[in-house]
Design a binder for this molecule. Structure first.
Ligand code: GAP
Length: 465
């Protein structure tokens, strides 16, 4: 199994991600996040928000509507840029206009001699007049409904509110607007688990600066570094990350410069986030199409101008997927003779005492882990242990996401929490009744230590910092 398959299997089994509308046979390119997945995504989004809005005085937040006036998409260039007949290389998912690969508009099948300029394969989708935008209709009276679109990027909701944000806050250049939300694209070939979906979430910063090319490139470099450091600070392995510059002919219609932050899995580099220099494209186009003045008045220089925009645009689902792949570890438990096989059957391996001797563990950063701590009574049928454990559970859940488990033996409970990425497990045993302390087991080291019940909150708060 490759890493995508392993994660998809674990995700379904443990409740991170399920196929969308599964009982009806699924709906391609849609995914539902289960109890663990929703916590992971929420933690990721909270970390993003904290790093942007909470830690920068000059960055504010916004939550714009998903459905916008159809003119927005004319102005943004989205309608125009995706309306050509396209084919997609099934191997590397690069898209080409049919004229780029030298075929007439809807010619199919495509000759084997025609190879993908990116990867050399010759396996093409049928040409389609293709617009990535997902259409929708608003209104109740047939014939009077307005055709519009589900947003193809969350970006435009920020730019159309540029004046509102300026007028209602005291921001001055340079300043940023952060947003997190759903976007929709009619991808020709969704796939790679959640990697390429038709409905997904983005976390973005639109940062407005003076229209000075040199200065704006310095800001561009600053945000490139900040975003890369953010992934590393949350535990992603440095060696699995790199920047990839877009060549001039690869740049999106709005971009003056662009770098992707890529993640490496199975020897392939894949886009996780884009950092783009959008110039004054968006404000200029909205000014032209809406006839509203979108300029900024610079009180220092007494000039009016359209600011340049530096954008960081990450996929929440892609980040969640790559954090899961990065954290996924199959590990032999020391002193065991068990050999870890090449698939997830390892979860069924027990030694002769009925305890696991190999494990799957998600070594997620504690701030991203869905549950921060699990609480167990050593034995479920001893009310005196259950009572103390429940009390600890109830105290801790006011501050942390806590998992409760009293099924099976302790080894199985540890194994279940390892797979969920829970960094700490607390066991209440008979000594706890005498000494008011518990065993805390560390997910990564599997070391155990005794901690006083009264010190548990402080202990966890320190470890989770
Ligand atoms: N506002 C700029 C913008 O949307 P993009 O490179 O098209 O730029 C940014 O998208 C990020 O959104 C990507 O790096 C990726 O993480 C995520 N993304 C884009 N399309 C996606 C899809 N079909 N499924 C999941 N995530 C996607």
């Amino acid at each position: 199994m490759d890493s995508f398959e392993k994660i998809a299997s674990l995700a379904k089994r443990r409740g991170f991600v399920y196929p969308g509308s599964e009982i009806y046979g699924g709906l391609a390119g849609t995914w539902d996040y289960g109890p663990l997945g929703v916590e992971l995504k929420r933690n990721l989004k909270n970390e993003f928000w904290r790093s942007m809005v909470q830690l920068h005085e000059n960055i504010v937040g916004l939550d714009a509507a998903i459905v916008m006036h159809p003119k927005v998409w004319e102005a943004s260039g989205h309608l125009e840029s995706f309306s050509d007949p396209l084919v997609e290389c099934k191997k590397c998912h690069s898209r080409f206009r049919t004229d780029e690969i030298g075929i007439s508009n809807f010619q199919f099948p495509i000759s084997k001699e025609i190879k993908c300029a990116k990867c050399g394969a010759s396996d093409w989708t049928e040409p389609k007049r293709f617009n990535l935008m997902v259409e929708t209709y608003l209104g109740v009276v047939e014939g009077e409904k307005t055709k519009t679109y589900l947003r193809g990027e969350i970006t435009q909701g920020v730019h159309v509110n540029f004046k509102n944000v300026m007028d209602s806050t005291r921001v001055k250049l340079p300043f940023g607007v952060a947003q997190i939300g759903k976007a929709f694209r009619n991808e020709i070939t969704p796939g790679g688990f959640t990697f390429r979906s038709r409905e997904f979430e983005q976390m973005e910063l639109q940062y407005y600066v003076r229209p000075d090319l040199k200065q704006s490139m310095e800001t561009f470099e600053y945000w490139k570094k900040e975003r890369m450091d953010w992934y590393v600070s949350l535990g992603m392995k440095k060696e699995n990350l790199r920047f990839k510059e877009h060549a001039k002919d690869e740049l999106a219609h709005y971009a003056l410069a662009a770098f992707d932050i890529e993640y490496s899995t199975e020897g392939e580099w894949k886009e996780m986030e884009g950092v783009h220099h959008r110039g004054d494209w968006d404000l200029k186009r909205h000014q032209e199409f809406s006839k509203e003045d979108m300029t900024y008045f610079d009180e220092e220089t007494k000039e009016r101008y359209l600011p340049y925009i530096i954008e960081t645009s990450g996929g929440v689902d892609r980040a969640a997927l790559f954090f899961l792949i990065d954290a996924y570890t199959e590990e032999k438990i020391p002193n065991s003779k068990f050999q870890i096989p090449n698939n997830s059957e390892i979860q069924n391996s027990n030694n002769e005492n009925g305890t696991p001797d190999a494990r799957i563990v998600l070594k997620l950063h504690p701030r991203l882990a869905p549950y921060k701590v699990a609480v167990f009574p050593l034995l479920a049928n001893k009310p005196e242990l259950v009572k103390v454990a429940k009390k600890i559970n109830d105290d801790l859940k006011k501050d942390f996401m806590v998992a409760w488990d009293d099924r099976g033996n302790i080894g199985k409970r540890y194994r279940a929490q390892d797979e969920a990425g829970t960094p700490f497990c607390i066991t209440v045993d008979f000594d706890s009744l005498e000494n008011n302390d518990v065993t805390i087991r560390n997910r990564d080291t599997m070391q155990q230590e005794r901690v006083k019940i009264a010190d548990l909150k402080a202990y966890l708060a320190e470890k989770l910092e």
